[in-house]
Design a protein around this ligand. Structure first.
Ligand code: CTP
Ligand code: MG
Length: 235
């Protein structure tokens, strides 16, 4: 069985504010993308990492990654697209034929522990076609009727919190299942993750325990948390 990880890193990071593309912003002096590649390569099972770079930035990303070493994992860099789904698609297109398990991992989750990566891989290898790491929610969640900014939004419901999970990456898939999902499901149908595409096929998706440190760096406050987690690890 050969396992590869695709890392979509082509986003601009608008919510993080002005600066370099998010994946190239640094944590503890090292680009987030380098942390994310290390996190995948840390798993003994992962023998190939495909990095999906900003559309016009593949050569720079390749040069940046060549300055670092990632153990025995092979590294490919391909240019991404306008949307996350398109970027993942381009990463999948670069996979060699002998890969049968695929992880998709956001560059924006640089600190995921290797045990979480291994747990996802193990679940796919034991037969689940799609596996997502996830955690219970701390906040109660409301459904609303969206209104323009500044207007109060009517609440239309409260899903039972105990039945909800906040989903992280790496998400793990049987290669064929993920390719079929990307081939079948049309962009813009509201799937915000890869498992969501698989669900639309009607294939089963299972959850394994996620990890607090696999949080996504999205807003400036997340950078503060990520720096603190790194500092604690290095202490
Ligand atoms: N991503 C990508 N290609 C895109 C958009 C996003 O590869 N066209 C990647 C991002 O680089 C990130 C992951 O998908 O690693 C999750 O996306 P998100 O956290 O939303 O990152 P950005 O889209 O960069 O951030 P924002 O939405 O704030 O602009
Ligand atoms: Mg985005």
């Amino acid at each position: 069985i050969r396992t590869a990880a695709v890392i979509p890193a082509a986003g601009r990071g608008v919510r993080l504010g002005p600066g370099a593309p998010k994946a190239l912003r640094t944590l503890g002096g090292t680009p987030m993308l380098v942390h994310a590649v290390r996190a995948m390569a840390a798993s003994r099972a992962v023998s190939l990492v495909v990095v999906v770079a900003p559309p016009d930035g593949a050569p720079e990303v390749r040069a940046l990654l060549d300055e670092h070493s990632f153990g025995r994992a092979e590294l490919l860099v391909v240019p991404g697209g306008e949307t996350r789904q398109e970027s993942v698609r381009r990463g999948l297109d670069a996979l060699p034929d002998d890969v049968d398990v695929v992880l998709v991992h956001d560059a924006a989750r640089p600190l995921v522990p290797v045990d979480t990566v291994d747990a996802v891989i193990a679940a796919v290898r034991s037969g689940a076609p799609a596996v997502v790491p996830a955690l219970p929610l701390a906040d109660t969640v409301k459904r609303v009727e969206p209104r323009p900014k500044g207007e109060a939004e009517p609440v239309t419901g409260t899903p039972e919190r105990a039945l909800l999970r906040a989903v992280q990456t790496p998400q793990g898939f049987d290669r064929e299942t993920l390719l079929k999902a990307h081939d079948t499901v049309v962009e813009g149908e509201g799937a915000t993750d890869d498992a969501g595409l698989v669900e639309r096929l009607g294939a089963p998706v299972v959850v394994v325990p996620g990890h607090e440190e696999a949080f996504k760096v999205t807003r400036p406050l997340d950078l503060v948390l990520a720096e603190a987690v790194l500092a604690r690890r290095r202490a």
